[in-house]
Design a protein around this ligand. Structure first.
Ligand code: GDG
Length: 453
C-alpha cells in the first residue's frame, strides 16, 4: 500500500502543549494512521530551518520547515489571510490584494514543493490541504513530480462573479487543475469551482464533475469532514464529572447556558451573534437573569489588521450589552479570547442547553458536530446552526437560521430555551446518527479512494 503524505500550512506535532483552536489540525490529527508523513510549516520564524526537521510520534513522521519574517508577512498574513480568506468567505469588502504578497505566496509554495520532493518515495500519495497551498501541486509538477497529488479545500469556494474580483484568480484556478483530485466539503462549493472552471478556463466538465485541462484529467468530489464522535462524547462525559464543569455549574446557579466556541474570526459572525443575544433579552425579557451566554473566541491571526479590528468591535459590543443588562449578580455574556483545553470545552458543551453556531460563511464547521457529540442522551441541548455553514447540509434537524437576521436568531434561541424534552431528544437522535456516521476515517478513505483510482 502506498504511503500517505499530508501537506498543510501548519503542522500540529502532538507534543505541542498549549491548546490551539483550528478545524484542520483537529480533523486531520484524529484520522492519522501510523506510517503517514505530514509536511508543512513548523510555526517558527527565522532564517534557519530551510531543510526539513524530522520528528516521529506515534508512528507518524512530521517534517517541518521554517519561514522567514518576509515569507510569513507576504504568504501567511498578506495573501493567504488578507486576500484569499476574505475572498473565499464572500468578503470582498475585506479583500486586500497586493502583487508582492501574491509573489511571496507563490514563493513559499515553490519552497514547500522543493523541500518536500526529496522526502518522497515514487509511489507516495500526496494530499495537499487548504487555501494557503493551492499552487503547491503545480510547483511539484514543475519540479518533475509524477505522483498522484490531491487537494482538499477546507473553506468555501466562490462563484465566478466573486473569484473574478481577485486579480490572480485565473492563475490560481489553473494551478488547481494540476491536481488529480480536488475535494470540497459540500456540493455547493464543488459546483462553484466547476462554474469557475467553465467560465474562465473554457472547459466543459463531464456529468461526474471531472474534466480535462492541460492534458490532465481532474476529478472533483464533495467529501464532508467529520469528527471522532465516539471519542469526543467520551471526553465530554468524563469532563462533566470533573472540577471545571463543577465550577461552571456552580457559577450558573441553575441558569441556562448558551455556548459559542470559535476562532476569533470575522467569518464566524460573532458581532451578529451578540446582537442576536441582545435582541433575545430585549424581546423576551423573561430570559433576563435566566440565561448566560459563554462565548469562547480564541485569538487567531493576530497580525492581520482585520482581526485586530474585530477584537475591538467585540470588546465594545460585549461591554455595551453587559452594561445595559447586567445585574450585580448576573452578567449576560461571558466572553473570553483565550483557548480552553479541549476537555473543558467538551464538558461545557455538555452543560450548555443551547449551542450557537452562526458563521456568516463556513466550509464545514466542526463545532456544530462537537456540540451534538457532547450531549447526554437523557437531556440533550439544542443546536442553532447557520444555513451558510457547510454543516447545515448535513445537520438538518438543528434550528437552521440566517445569521444576518438578528431577530430570527433571537427567536431560535428562545425556541431552544423553551423546547420540551421529547422534541429535544427527537432532534438530537437524528443529529446524532449523522454525526456518528461521518468519521474522520470515512472522510480520509473517501478522498484517498478517488485519488488512488
Ligand atoms: C476550518 C474551516 C472547517 C475552538 N475554540 C477552541 C477550540 N476550538 C476548536 C473547535 C474545533 C476547531 O477548533 C474549529 O473548527 P471549525 O471547523 O469550527 O473552524 P475553523 O478553525 O475555521 O476550520 C471550517 C475546518 O477547517 C475543517 O475542515 O470545518 O469550515 O474554516 O475543533 O473545538 N479548541 C480548544 N480550545 C478552544 O478554545 N481546545
Amino acid at each position: 500500500m502506498s504511503r500517505l503524505v499530508i501537506v498543510s500550512n501548519r503542522v500540529q506535532i502532538p507534543s505541542e502543549k498549549s491548546p490551539r483552536a483550528g478545524g484542520l489540525a483537529v480533523a486531520l490529527g484524529s484520522g492519522l494512521k501510523p506510517g503517514t508523513l505530514w509536511f508543512g510549516w513548523s510555526g517558527k520564524r527565522g532564517t534557519g530551518g530551510r531543510t526539513p526537521s524530522i520528528h516521529e510520534a506515534q508512528g507518524v513522521t512530521y517534517a517541518t520547515v521554517d519561514l522567514t519574517d518576509k515569507e510569513y508577512n507576504e504568504f501567511y498574513v498578506g495573501f493567504s489571510n488578507g486576500a484569499l480568506w476574505p475572498l473565499l468567505h464572500y468578503r470582498l469588502d475585506f479583500l486586500d490584494f497586493l502583487r508582492h504578497e501574491y509573489d511571496g505566496y507563490r514563493g513559499v509554495n515553490a519552497y514547500f514543493a522543493g523541500a518536500l520532493l526529496p522526502l518522497l518515495n515514487d509511489d507516495d500519495l500526496v494530499w495537499v490541504h487548504d487555501y494557503q497551498l493551492i499552487p503547491a501541486g503545480l510547483e511539484m509538477r514543475q519540479l518533475g513530480a509524477r505522483h498522484r497529488i490531491g487537494f482538499f479545500l477546507h473553506i468555501p469556494f466562490v462563484p465566478p462573479e466573486i473569484l473574478d474580483a481577485l486579480p490572480c484568480g485565473v492563475p490560481l484556478l489553473k494551478s488547481l487543475c494540476a491536481y488529480d483530485v480536488v475535494g470540497f466539503h459540500t456540493e455547493d462549493h464543488r459546483h462553484a469551482f466547476l462554474a469557475c472552471v467553465s467560465a474562465f478556463l473554457d472547459v466543459s466538465p463531464d456529468e461526474d464533475g471531472s474534466f480535462v485541462y492541460d492534458g490532465r484529467r481532474v476529478r472533483t468530489l464533495s467529501d464532508p469532514i467529520g469528527i471522532d464522535a465516539e471519542e469526543f462524547a467520551a471526553i465530554a462525559a468524563r469532563s462533566a464529572r470533573g472540577a471545571e464543569v463543577k465550577r461552571i455549574r456552580e457559577s450558573l446557579f441553575s441558569r441556562a447556558l448558551a455556548i459559542g466556541a470559535d476562532r476569533l474570526d470575522y467569518s464566524k459572525g460573532l458581532p451578529n451573534r451578540f446582537r442576536a443575544f441582545d435582541q433575545l433579552l430585549e424581546r423576551f425579557p423573561e430570559h433576563r437573569g435566566n440565561i448566560s451566554m459563554l462565548q469562547v473566541a480564541a485569538r487567531s491571526r493576530e497580525d492581520v489588521d482585520r482581526y485586530q479590528q474585530l477584537r475591538r468591535t467585540l470588546d465594545r459590543l460585549v461591554g455595551d450589552i453587559n452594561g445595559r443588562y447586567s445585574e450585580f449578580d448576573w452578567v449576560p455574556i461571558r466572553y473570553m479570547t483565550r483557548a480552553l483545553s479541549r476537555k473543558s470545552l467538551a464538558g461545557f458543551y455538555r452543560v450548555a442547553r443551547v449551542g450557537v453556531v452562526t458563521p456568516l460563511r463556513d466550509g464545514m464547521n466542526l463545532v456544530a458536530k462537537e456540540y451534538v457529540a457532547a450531549q447526554s442522551s437523557a437531556d440533550p441541548g439544542v443546536l442553532i446552526l447557520s444555513r451558510f455553514a457547510g454543516a447545515a447540509d448535513q445537520l438538518r434537524e438543528a434550528l437552521i437560521v440566517n445569521p444576518f437576521d438578528a431577530d430570527e436568531v433571537a427567536e431560535a434561541i428562545n425556541q431552544a430555551l423553551t423546547m420540551e424534552l421529547p422534541e429535544r431528544k427527537e432532534r438530537w437522535q437524528a443529529l446524532r446518527e449523522t454525526v456518528w456516521a461521518g468519521t474522520p476515517t470515512l472522510f480520509t478513505d473517501t478522498f484517498l479512494d478517488m485519488l488512488r483510482a
